[in-house]
Design a protein around this ligand. Structure first.
Ligand code: A3P
Length: 290
């Protein structure tokens, strides 16, 4: 009988039966990059979908004619599994893609928009996203949920791989918390980087279409609809309910103190030696509005 995972062990069993690592590798290898392509590359839950929507609005002046934002700004790693032609022309130029790959694995020769976000907010967001989809609500605590990925250090390895690229002319390096405070100036940065001419009307359309309230009104289009359908056909019961446009807050996580301390330790172990910054806050202060 299909059911959502009730433990971390069951979660990894269900996930491994849906995600095919070989197919993911083939999808990445199959991608033919163009120098004008824009790949949106944040770690998961750091503002990927939001940036896809900003980018797609800019290049189309507000197209909402899609069932899943990743149909029009496709996710490279899942393209094989979803049967999408990743090399096809898109509804508008430049072509845009999503990827969660670290810099060492990302296909080279394109332009990249990376967004960073506080690791605690990103981890909590990831828990909330899985709860109600792959995970039975209430079955696993947020602390248990994040402990394995924290041990593996997935977020941190992605982070240190992109950090040295922050001044690369083909990389636009943005900060989620800054996007929340100064949406309009971040939209301007994205349009300039993607070489999309911006006028007052287009700025107003993009501010509206990427606002939290607008995206909440259309949240079914920002919810991995294609992957969700596939997961429900294969292993999960239908009617999953979780969202990629959820709370959009800063510092609204609910973890035990030990978990928060473990995140700080991991930062100091992996990120501080590479960046020189002891905390995420100190690091972002060095970047914001420079
Ligand atoms: P929360 O779960 O903390 O609310 P990703 O797209 O990389 O998976 O990131 C998802 C996170 O981005 C979610 O965080 C979601 O709410 C937030 N997000 C999506 N659209 C947003 C918007 N327009 N403004 C602010 N945050 C947004």
């Amino acid at each position: 009988m299909k059911r959502r995972a009730q433990s971390m062990r069951e979660l990894s069993q269900i996930m491994s039966s849906t995600f095919d690592a070989e197919l993911t590798t083939r999808s990445i290898q199959n991608f033919s990059p163009r120098s004008t392509d824009i790949i949106i590359t944040p770690f998961g839950k750091c503002g990927t979908t939001w940036t896809q929507q900003i980018f797609h609005t800019l290049r189309t002046r507000g197209d909402m004619d899609f069932d899943d934002i990743s149909r029009v700004v496709p996710w490279i790693e899942t393209s094989g599994s979803l049967g999408l032609d990743i090399n096809a022309e898109q509804v508008a130029n430049p072509r845009g893609f999503k990827s969660h790959l670290s810099f060492d694995r990302i296909p080279k020769g394109c332009k990249y928009i990376n967004v960073i976000r506080d690791p605690l907010d990103a981890a909590y967001s990831s828990f909330k996203f899985m709860e109600g989809w792959y995970l039975e609500p209430g079955a696993v605590s947020p602390d248990d949920f994040v402990s394995q990925s924290l041990k593996r250090g997935d977020y941190y390895h992605h982070f240190i791989s992109w950090w040295p690229q922050r001044n690369n002319k083909n990389v636009l390096y943005l900060v989620y918390e800054d996007m929340k405070k100064y949406l309009s100036s971040n939209i301007k940065k994205i349009s300039k980087f993607a070489e999309i001419e911006l006028d007052d009307d287009l700025l107003a359309i993009t501010e509206k279409h990427s606002s939290f309230s607008f995206m909440t009104d259309f949240k079914d289009r920002f919810d991995d609809a294609m992957l969700r359908k596939q997961s429900e056909e294969k292993v999960l019961p239908s009617g999953s309910d979780s969202s990629k446009v959820r709370a959009g807050q800063v510092g609204a996580y609910d973890f035990k103190n030990e978990t928060i301390a473990a995140f700080s330790d991991k930062w100091r172990e992996v990120v501080t030696p590479v960046t020189g910054f002891d905390t995420y806050e100190a690091l972002t202060l060095s970047l914001i509005h420079n």
